[in-house]
Design a protein around this ligand. Structure first.
Ligand code: SDX
Length: 429
């Protein structure tokens, strides 16, 4: 007999089924609540609300567990490259060598932007934010791929997946060229995904460029740990937009917009700007921990805290270790990394942070690595988006493959004016 949750209200005695996932997570299925009681639930920020069932990523916030399709993030980060992990997320299984080679070459054949797309960058302001440029151009890609927009056609979905996976780094590199004035280098399909991205941004025209293998390794790891994170804000946005049968480009563009917020993916940029601020202020980390605790101040320690992780973010641990290794290998002494480590130490020993289970999250250390690679701070969230793209795609695809898919349309509790008589303009005020 399956478990039920008993519910009593307005004289109603009701039972709702309790559903259990493959990792024994349990949820009350309230899909019949309004029909049976006229009541709805309300849950600001969806802290306690599950939006869907999903087989893609499992998080255990209490134990700091993150698995993509059942594989531990630590193992994937150690043993895979990003395209292999992207395949796993999108298609559900680790690829065979042949599947991986085909996927890799299909993506490589989509790295060049169609004629007309680069011209968008001629019209952005020089100080345009690369995330705004990315969202704009990704949305516009739908107009250049009008033969692959049908979300019910598997072949068209596959075509748009490969187009987005191939195009995104190139669009990002155009944004980098726009804000830095550096020459843009055409994609080199002979290079790996990460090498090609670094090549497009950093090759000096006419000079042989060999990406530092340490940078390629670090970028690969960063893209893997950013690749998916179940129903986070931007992924939920991609699902929400996709649930209306909007095309994949429009759904991903919406996800880029959500990710740009400093409470979400924009935090990696905000972390480095915060570290710069602390450095300019004499490196007084205690002062900023104090500010973060002061409700009147409104300052938050960027890169700290998480809705799900209440112990530690396993990705932060992986990235911090990569930080240590890269800076040591490069014999680089980054004062911001020292400040970050001192800040984390003070915060993690402070009752305010301990009581609220606030730990460094994925964004706290990633910017230090990007800086070491010479990537401008405005580009940090763009790299988060490149990493998260396969996650967004996998959730959009899973939703469309679900027989229970329906448009996402939450309810509300109305708190506005009750019915009132219309007044013509001469009788107002
Ligand atoms: C990402 O969802 C995902 O999985 C996201 C992500 C992914 O991979 O997709 O992991 C990526 O977005 C990571 C988070 C990046 N954002 C930041 O680093 C911004 C700083 N962090 C916070 O703003 C906050 O911690 C959030 C947004 C991450 C989580 O917000 P919640 O879950 O809504 O937590 P909350 O705002 O309700 O805070 C709970 C308490 C509050 O204090 P009290 O009211 O209980 O006294 O903790 C405090 C908050 O004031 N708090 C912080 C804090 N984060 C929470 N206080 C100081 N500094 C902080 N960073």
């Amino acid at each position: 007999m399956s478990e039920v949750a008993k519910f009593a209200c307005d004289g109603h005695e009701l039972e709702f089924p309790v559903v259990e996932g493959s990792e024994k997570e349990r949820a009350i299925d309230i899909s019949q609540l309004r029909k049976q009681t006229g009541l709805i639930t309300i849950d600001e920020g969806y802290v306690n609300t599950g939006s869907t069932r999903s087989a893609i990523t499992f998080l255990n916030g209490e134990e700091g567990v993150l698995r993509y399709r059942g594989y531990a993030i630590e193992e994937l980060a150690e043993n895979c490259d990003f395209i292999e992990v992207a395949y796993l997320l999108i298609y559900g299984e680790l690829p065979t060598q042949q599947q991986l080679d085909t996927f890799r070459s299909s993506i490589a054949s989509h790295t060049k932007l169609q004629d007309g797309v680069p011209a968008f960058f001629d019209h952005f302001q020089k100080d345009a934010h690369p995330m705004s440029m990315l969202a704009s151009v990704v949305s516009a890609l739908a107009t250049f791929n009008q033969d692959s927009l049908d979300p019910t056609d598997a072949a068209q979905i596959e075509s748009s997946i490969l187009s987005l996976m191939g195009n995104l780094p190139t669009v990002a590199a155009h944004g980098h060229s726009k804000i830095t004035g550096a020459a843009l280098n055409h994609a080199d399909s002979e290079l790996s995904y990460c090498e090609n991205f670094l090549h497009m941004m950093f090759s000096k025209s006419g000079k042989e460029y060999k990406a530092n293998p340490l940078f390629v390794k670090a970028l690969n790891l960063l893209l893997i740990v950013h690749a998916d994170h179940e129903q986070n804000c931007s992924t939920s946005t991609v699902r929400m937009v996709g649930s209306a049968n909007a095309n994949l480009y429009a759904s991903i563009a919406a996800g880029v917009g959500a990710l740009s917020g400093p409470s979400h993916g924009g935090a990696n940029e905000a972390v480095v700007n915060m570290l710069y601020q602390i450095q300019a202020d004499g490196g007084d980390v205690e002062k900023y921990v104090k500010k973060a605790k002061d409700k009147e101040d409104g300052f938050r320690l960027m890169g700290f805290g998480h809705r799900v992780y209440k112990n530690f973010d396993p990705r932060a641990n992986i990235i911090k270790a990569a930080c240590d290794e890269l800076l040591e290998d490069l014999n680089l002494d980054d004062p911001l990394f020292d400040i970050a480590q001192r800040l984390a130490k003070v915060a993690l020993e402070d009752e305010y942070f301990i009581k609220r289970n606030l730990y460094p999250n994925v964004d706290f250390y990633s910017g230090v690595i990007y800086r070491a690679m010479g990537i401008p701070v405005e580009m940090f969230t763009v790299l988060f988006a490149i990493g998260r793209l396969p996650g967004w795609i996998s959730h959009w695809k899973e939703m469309h493959e679900s027989p229970t898919m329906r448009i996402c349309r939450p309810r509300q509790v109305y708190t506005g004016a009750n019915s009132r008589q219309f007044a013509s303009i001469d009788k107002r005020g």
